[in-house]
Design a protein around this ligand. Structure first.
Ligand SMILES: NC(=O)c1ccc[n+]([C@@H]2O[C@H](COP(=O)([O-])OP(=O)(O)OC[C@H]3O[C@@H](n4cnc5c(N)ncnc54)[C@H](OP(=O)(O)O)[C@@H]3O)[C@@H](O)[C@H]2O)c1
Length: 217
């Protein structure tokens, strides 16, 4: 994802001030490089997110977080940003199509919920290197359904890890008579990188803790 963000940023005329990875060195080892940038974008590992956020807040740099698997620490992140009066936007999925898909799923689920005949299940597919399962997007879709509709309290996604799949999320509303299937299929990872960059451009002039909902609104 880091390489995709770099390509997307350069295509829009932005300058990359520093790149970080285990191989290149992590931000805490070279904070002076981070200090030169207007903003940082994090696609790394769930265990690193809060440290990266603290470092960016201490340097007064807005941070866009695409890393997934750290949902349980979101409240802590929000409190840190508020306390420091910093800027942060995080999203488990930066694809515009997925943002719209979440709304379609919410609408479909609200239409089908009154009909006892329909059960609901979800399946998500990703490449075999993906570390977290279910995906952050699957967790967000699950929360959306469970929090707003008591109809399917045990709804959960099954996860499949295989080959190079960039990310597919499918929901089946199944009855004895038929199945309604909704699928979002990412074609490639550039869509995520471009979405993260758009969110970054938007975040530059703002203070606070944001999600993609705020950006699209
Ligand atoms: N929000 C979205 O739209 C979106 C889209 C795609 C992926 N993601 C998420 O973004 C994150 C990164 O995905 P990716 O596909 O870019 O992963 P990746 O190719 O494995 O890259 C992870 C990066 O983090 C570095 N890193 C540092 N410490 C690490 C550790 N302990 N374990 C693993 N990597 C470590 C790696 O350094 P080295 O290269 O030197 O190992 C690498 O630069 C994941 O959480 C993924 O789920 C989000």
């Amino acid at each position: 994802m880091g390489q995709g963000v770099e390509r997307a940023a350069q295509a829009k005329g932005h300058q990359i001030m520093a790149r970080f990875s285990r191989r290149l060195g992590m931000p805490k080892e070279r904070p002076q490089d981070l200090a030169q940038a207007d903003l940082a974008i994090d696609f790394s590992h769930s265990a690193l997110v809060l440290d990266h956020l603290k470092l960016c807040l201490s340097l007064n740099k807005p941070l866009v977080i695409g890393t997934t698997g750290w949902e349980n620490e979101m409240a802590t992140a929000q409190a840190l940003v508020c306390e420091a009066q910093g800027s942060c936007l995080c999203a488990p999925n930066f694809s515009i199509g997925m943002f719209l898909f979440q709304r379609i799923v919410a609408y479909a689920a609200s239409l089908l919920a009154p009909f006892e005949a329909y059960d609901l299940c979800g399946v998500e597919y990703h490449h075999q290197e993906k570390l977290d399962a279910p995906s952050g997007t699957a967790k967000a879709l699950t929360r959306q359904i469970i929090d707003h509709l008591p109809r399917w309290p045990h709804f959960a996604f099954s996860s499949i890890r295989c080959g190079h799949i960039p990310g597919t999320h499918t929901l089946h509303f199944d009855s004895a008579a038929d199945t309604l299937t909704l699928t979002h299929q990412a074609r490639h990872r550039e869509g995520f990188a471009q979405g993260a960059l758009m969110a970054a451009e938007w975040l530059l002039s703002r203070k606070g803790f944001f999600t993609l909902d705020d950006f699209f609104k």
